[in-house]
Write a protein that binds this ligand. Structure first.
Ligand SMILES: *[C@@H]1O[C@H](CO)[C@@H](O)[C@H](O)[C@H]1NC(C)=O
Ligand SMILES: *[C@@H]1O[C@H](CO)[C@@H](O)[C@H](O)[C@H]1NC(C)=O
Ligand SMILES: *[C@@H]1O[C@H](CO)[C@@H](O)[C@H](O)[C@H]1NC(C)=O
Ligand SMILES: *[C@@H]1O[C@H](CO)[C@@H](O)[C@H](O)[C@H]1NC(C)=O
Ligand SMILES: *[C@@H]1O[C@H](CO)[C@@H](O)[C@H](O)[C@H]1NC(C)=O
Ligand SMILES: *[C@@H]1O[C@H](CO)[C@@H](O)[C@H](O)[C@H]1NC(C)=O
Length: 605
């Protein structure tokens, strides 16, 4: 679906949002900090930096308000599954970058759309809203890789807490059999801007999946925000507890800060490159309209996992061979730029079930309309306020199921770091191409279980296809190209099947036979093939393409303070600068990193 430019015009006027937009004004060409990208990290760091009224902060964002460019769908939690499929046509270009991968050798040569938010809020305005932190050992790994103890769980916890304003789950309206447990100590009361809570409407299938998981030995745990992930639980979500609307970096960080006199936002504005002086200090950015925006102190790239490395390369920082190929003057030869792309991709067997799922919403427009008017706007309950994936589980793959070589690799993953994530899926997912269109229209409701490898070994790349920002980067996540990954995936698939095949779930199945990929898929080869034909990305998990590391690591791109190695005055703060991709859903870590680096900058580091 392509929305007309009229929506963009509406965005500039933005009457619907009440307050005037603080947009670019003539003469606004000099700031202390220029943040490139108003996404998850960008708005968080810009809002924090602008707390000091003596510094001038600008954010440059190619998109606009998603409340306008992705009207209703952007704010209603269940809308997250729309225009986000792996089919390149399942997009809303007004709010999406339309990134399509190279043909994926590990995924039947399919080229997959990866949904990415092009708007204030970035992918926090598109993703599934799961608020979940990594485990203790993954942050220890980050600290070890970077040689900086401040990335350990204990030291990061204050930044996780600083970003969040937590509201406990309410039951009722949550169903009595869907009580969400939580650890109050994981949060500091009312501390930060980002509202985190549990949806008022739990997906009915989740309570059944929980029982099935228990039967295969994955037991209920308290929460996923205290440094331990093994077990199953309802996930917290970035949802406003009062309105049950999506919370994003725009609603949380930007709205309260945007009218500060020292804070400027350029929307619908694109940066073509970072500009350096003779001494390799970043002095500002060049916009695509030829205007130079000066940064007296720093340029901060928060353009995300694909475009932060792209902008670095276009600015002369990257693998020398790539820069030479496009006649880009080399400022710093950093071979790691665009390398080590780490992502989570999902596959999901599905079943006919007796409880209502997203299948009904997708099939019944009248139902959506009444749900919207009466339940969403009215009583703040019903399926529209469910973020589609509200129940998660993590485990280490039981030993002895894979080859000795792969087992060895799995054993090397630090102990508290799970190998696999399972998510109760409300609806049929199939090959991820289009979650609305692909729902079967045979009157049945469908449930699924989404499986992801949270310690995958495959690594991909981001490359440039020209010296121009107008050409999207070449994205190759290389899903399932490491032989160990397909072995683990096949075993994880079998475990997921056992969940729906459990005695505990028998009563909720409307048909004992698996619907997708179906009972005909039995041997390991058949299962591997089914996985390769259906695996798909969720959009917000890609990371590590401007990897943080030690200054003497030639493949590292940024140092422990997110400063680009080899130049000065330039940082990269977003999931691209992660040292590792924590298991599960990364937004909590993105916000914590933005909070941490904002603090470093304020402290003069
Ligand atoms: C994918 O493409 C490669 C190269 O063109 C080809 O050798 C291979 O058979 C293809 N695989 C599938 C599953 O189509
Ligand atoms: C935290 O969220 C609650 C619920 O939305 C709100 O009433 C409260 O003002 C928020 N606190 C802070 C410090 O923002
Ligand atoms: C939990 O309650 C919901 C809503 O009443 C219901 O649809 C679902 O089947 C129940 N789950 C179990 C496991 O009984
Ligand atoms: C790079 O510059 C050379 C020499 O000026 C030119 O022949 C070549 O076409 C240029 N390549 C690109 C990709 O612009
Ligand atoms: C990829 O990441 C690994 C582990 O962090 C690191 O050892 C390696 O050097 C990286 N490779 C590149 C090309 O960045
Ligand atoms: C994905 O599934 C849909 C619906 O089942 C189908 O129409 C489409 O051809 C499939 N796409 C691929 C690439 O297999």
């Amino acid at each position: 679906m392509r929305l007309s430019t009229a929506l963009y015009a509406a965005a500039l006027a933005a009457p619907a949002l009440g307050t005037p937009l603080n947009v670019k004004r003539a003469g606004d060409t000099e700031f202390d900090y220029v943040v490139v990208g108003g996404g998850t990290a960008g708005l968080a760091i810009a809002a924090r930096l602008s707390e000091d009224p003596s510094v001038q902060v600008a954010v440059i964002e190619p998109g606009t308000y998603y409340q306008i460019s992705n009207m209703v769908v952007g704010e209603v939690p269940a809308g997250c599954s729309l225009f986000a499929g792996s089919d390149p046509k399942d997009t809303n270009s007004a709010v999406d970058w339309d990134i399509v991968t190279t043909p994926q050798a590990g995924a039947h040569n399919r080229s997959l759309h990866i949904a990415r938010g092009k708007c204030l809020g970035g992918s926090s305005a598109r993703h599934y809203m799961v608020y979940q932190r990594g485990d203790k050992d993954c942050y220890q790994q980050w600290a070890d890789d970077v040689g900086d103890d401040s990335y350990t769980w204990d030291k990061l916890l204050p930044y996780f807490q600083k970003s969040v304003n937590f509201t406990a789950p309410r039951s009722p309206p949550r169903a009595p059999n869907a009580t969400a447990d939580f650890n109050p100590d994981a949060f500091a009361p009312g501390a930060g801007p980002l509202r985190v809570t549990y949806t008022n409407y739990a997906s009915p299938i989740s309570s059944w999946v929980q029982k099935g998981l228990t039967e295969i030995g994955i037991l209920p745990t308290t929460d996923f925000n205290s440094g331990f992930l093994m077990g199953s639980a309802y996930a917290a979500s970035t949802i406003d507890p009062e309105t049950m609307k999506r919370e994003s970096s725009q609603t949380a960080y930007y709205e309260p800060a945007k009218n500060r006199l020292n804070f400027r936002t350029f929307i619908q504005t694109k940066v073509s490159r970072v500009v350096f002086d003779e001494g390799k200090k970043a002095t500002g950015v060049m916009l695509t309209d030829g205007q130079f925006v000066k940064a007296n102190r720093e340029v901060i790239l928060s353009a995300g996992v694909f475009q932060s490395p792209q902008i670095l390369m276009l600015s002369g920082i990257g693998p020398k061979a790539t820069l030479d190929k496009y006649n880009i003057t080399v400022i710093a030869d950093r071979p790691g730029v665009g390398q080590n792309l780490t992502d989570h991709a999902f596959f999901a067997p599905s079943y006919r079930v007796k409880v209502e799922t997203f299948t009904r919403l997708a099939a019944d427009l009248m139902y959506i309309a009444t749900q919207y008017l009466f339940s969403f706007l009215g009583s703040k309950t019903g399926p529209l306020i469910n973020p589609v994936a509200d129940f998660l589980a993590f485990e280490r793959l039981p030993k002895g199921l894979v080859s000795p070589e792969t087992q060895k690799l799995l054993d090397e993953i630090p102990a508290s770091w799970p190998h696999i994530e399972y998510t109760a899926g409300s609806g049929h997912i199939g090959n991820f191409s289009n979650r609305r269109k692909d729902q079967p229209k045979d009157g049945y409701q469908y449930g699924s279980i989404m499986v992801a490898l949270t310690a995958a070994f495959s690594r991909g790349t981001v490359d440039i296809r020209s010296a121009s920002i107008d050409d999207l980067p070449v994205v190759d996540p290389a899903y399932l190209t490491h032989p160990g990954d397909i072995e683990v995936a096949v075993q994880a698939f079998k475990r997921a099947r056992r969940v729906y095949g459990s005695d505990a779930m028998a009563d909720v199945l409307a048909d004992p036979d698996e619907y997708y990929p179906g009972v005909g898929v039995q041997t390991d080869e058949q299962i591997a093939d089914a996985i390769r034909k259906s695996i798909g990305p969720l959009g917000g998990h890609g990371s590590c393409t401007c990897r943080m590391g030690r200054v003497d690591d030639p493949n590292a791109v940024v140092d422990n303070k997110a400063r680009v190695i080899g130049v000065t005055g330039l940082r990269v703060v977003d999931a691209s600068s992660f040292a590792i991709l924590p298991p599960g859903h990364p937004q909590a870590t993105v916000y914590a990193l933005a909070e941490k680096i904002a603090d470093e900058i304020k402290n003069g580091n």
